[in-house]
Design a protein around this ligand. Structure first.
Ligand SMILES: Cc1cc2nc3c(=O)[nH]c(=O)nc-3n(C[C@H](O)[C@H](O)[C@H](O)COP(=O)(O)OP(=O)(O)OC[C@H]3O[C@@H](n4cnc5c(N)ncnc54)[C@H](O)[C@@H]3O)c2cc1C
Ligand code: FES
Length: 286
């Protein structure tokens, strides 16, 4: 984790109320992995105390530039839209634990709801770089909120669902998943909590429906990796990236906890934001 004065190099409103910003921050870009996030401090004159968390949307190791993609929903995000090229912000990162892709997975399913797209976007780049096939399922309320395909790598098969049927399939993005669950070796998702809970339920039934073998060694062979270890997560079919309100983002304030399946609270900023779906208690009220 490093602290940097990140210089804004480009800022654009790509959809109504949705912004894509590029920052020059080489020290944060090197070593960043998909699923991790940065914590950005609004400036002194903003009147805001807490930093705001944003997923790494993309990183470019050559140029040292990272992008974030966010929706304006409150004072902090509004404040960021008023920044201009050349302005610098105080940025902390990379934070949190990344997605873990099994080396044997060749077909990767990314599932995003709304701004959850930013949570999985960088994984598309990593998976393509590593020679995997990528399908991204994206769900939005309406056509005006649909992330432009021109901002995705050409190699990604992009499938859209809208709640009102104005673009793509009519319905929730979760309804697309059964069409891809046999094809995918692993799935990675980010979006609203009810969407992630629905995906977790689908993932539980998948092995039974398809009769597929579980990735990994035979049961009982060797030592079992702890459930929250990168090794165990790598074997999970579904990993989810959680977005909770955050205070410190370094594990100190307990403002971001969700309930683990083991009955223990899990800090989204430290144990997450990425979890294997089976690590969480989806019936708990967060
Ligand atoms: C790990 C992580 C990664 C994130 N990545 C992105 C991203 O890439 N793009 C993006 O648009 N947003 C992302 N978010 C959410 C983003 O941090 C919040 O939208 C932002 O902090 C809101 O700041 P604000 O001052 O504009 O709103 P506030 O005034 O703080 O809040 C406005 C409203 O939004 C709600 N809210 C605030 N934070 C969150 C949150 N984390 N989740 C759900 N509701 C919230 C508040 O309860 C309130 O109702 C991420 C959150 C986390 C925890
Ligand atoms: S935000 Fe403080 S512990 Fe996670």
């Amino acid at each position: 984790m490093r602290l940097a004065a990140a210089e804004l190099v480009d800022t654009r409103e790509i959809l109504p109320g949705q912004w894509l910003q590029s920052y020059h921050a080489p020290s944060l870009v090197s070593g960043a992995r998909a699923g991790q996030f940065v914590h950005i401090r609004p400036g002194d004159y903003s009147g805001l105390i807490l930093r705001r968390p944003f997923s790494f949307n993309t990183v470019d190791l050559q140029t040292g530039i990272l992008t974030i993609h966010f929706r304006t929903i409150g004072r902090g995000t509004e404040w960021f839209t008023r920044l201009r090229s050349g302005d610098a912000v105080d940025m902390l990162g990379p934070l949190g634990r990344p997605f873990e892709v099994d080396p044997r997975s060749s077909d990767v399913l990314l599932i995003a709801g709304g701004l959850g797209k930013a949570g999985v976007r960088m994984l598309a780049d990593e998976a393509i770089r590593d020679g995997r096939q990528v399908v991204m399922l994206f769900g939005a309320a309406t056509a005006a909120d649909v992330y432009p395909s021109s901002l995705l790598p050409d190699e990604v098969e992009y499938v859209v669902a809208t709640d009102d049927g104005s673009l793509g399939r009519h319905g929730f993005v979760t309804e697309l998943v059964p069409h891809y669950e046999a094809w995918a070796d692993q799935a990675f998702a980010c979006g609203p909590a009810p969407m992630l809970a629905a995906l977790a339920r689908l993932a539980i039934g998948r092995r039974q429906r398809l009769g597929v073998a579980k990735l990994g060694r035979k049961k009982g062979a060797g030592r079992q990796a702890p459930a929250d270890s990168p090794v165990a997560r790598r074997k999970a079919f579904l990993q989810v990236s959680m977005e909770q309100n955050m205070g410190c983002a370094v594990g100190a304030c307990l403002g971001c906890v969700v309930m683990g399946a083991n009955g223990q609270p899990q800090r989204v900023c430290r144990e997450g934001p990425v979890f294997a779906a089976e690590e969480l208690d989806w019936g708990a009220h967060w």
